[in-house]
Write a protein that binds this ligand. Structure first.
Ligand code: ADP
Length: 263
């Protein structure tokens, strides 16, 4: 968690031993854990812990559009609400959604739209609520990743999953998955997301300075990191069905044993 004000940012973000301040290698991701089906009242949901970030996503739809005037006669609408809890950062965040939250909601929506078949759902809406409980850099990437998982958990037809990660530059070194302090005190931040059905980047933002060669290298680093994170998304989805299968087998066994005892 970043507790520092700008003047107190560390001068160096790489340690004497060449590691990052949190002990990671340049290309190492923070630990990532994901789980689906975590909110019973939602049509689909997912939770992610990515380093110190903790984020829930809940999906509803297709359902009636409120307010009605937002409905489109020829296609469904996707509405994304990214919000940070007031207690998710060290200094209390104002509860009302600010410009940053509106911008991040918009870019996550633009990122998710290409994988959905909105043209098949005229007059309806899909709503994705993202709640950041704890924030420490890279929340837009973690939110995009967990939102895609929640859409898949809802059983909404998708062309593919989407995965996101930020590449950055700190102390003249390209690194994968910026932490909060690296994001704030580093030289560049390049959040990106990929849609796997066409292998295209559906999010590419840039803040800071790097050379064209570094930019190309960053995309290569991102691609490798994204493949790893995609594997974790797949595992989280599969785990849900493995758990269901185990529960069904367990209850079948209980019924059979009950039958045997009666016989
Ligand atoms: P991202 O979370 O996608 O990296 P930013 O670069 O805007 O987005 O923010 C970087 C980090 O700064 C966030 O992850 C969070 O830890 C912190 N942060 C963002 N907004 C606030 C805020 N209003 N107050 C304090 N910290 C914030």
């Amino acid at each position: 968690m970043t507790l520092l004000i700008k003047d107190e940012y560390p001068k160096k973000l790489l340690r004497e031993d060449g590691k990052r301040l949190d002990g990671r290698e340049y290309l190492e991701l923070r630990p990532i854990k994901m789980e689906v089906d975590v909110i019973k009242n939602a049509d689909g949901s997912a939770y992610i812990e990515w380093g110190n970030n903790k984020i829930y996503a809940a999906v509803y739809g297709p359902r009636e559009v409120h307010p009605h005037h937002l409905a489109k006669p020829d296609r469904g609408v996707l509405r994304v609400f990214y919000r940070m809890a007031t207690f998710s950062v060290f200094e209390r965040k104002r509860p009302a959604p600010g410009r940053r939250e509106k911008e991040i909601s918009m870019i996550i929506g633009e990122c998710l739209e290409p994988v959905l078949f909105l043209e098949l759902y005229p007059g309806t809406s899909f709503e994705v609520y993202i709640q950041v409980i704890d924030a420490d850099g890279g929340t837009r990437c973690a939110s995009t990743t967990v939102a895609a998982l929640a859409l898949a958990d809802a059983g909404i037809p998708m062309r593919s999953l989407i995965t996101a990660v930020a590449i950055g530059k700190i102390d003249d070194q390209l690194v994968v998955d910026l932490s909060g302090i690296e994001d704030k005190a580093g030289q560049a931040d390049l959040p990106c997301a990929i849609t796997w059905f066409n292998n295209e980047f559906s999010l590419l933002q840039f803040d800071g300075v790097m050379s064209v060669e570094e930019y190309h290298k960053s995309l290569e680093l991102a691609y490798n990191a994204l493949k790893t994170i995609y594997g974790l998304q797949e595992q989280a989805l599969k785990r849900k069905y493995i758990n269901i299968q185990e529960r069904v087998l367990h209850s079948q066994k209980a019924v059979e044993e009950g039958g045997d005892n009666q016989a």
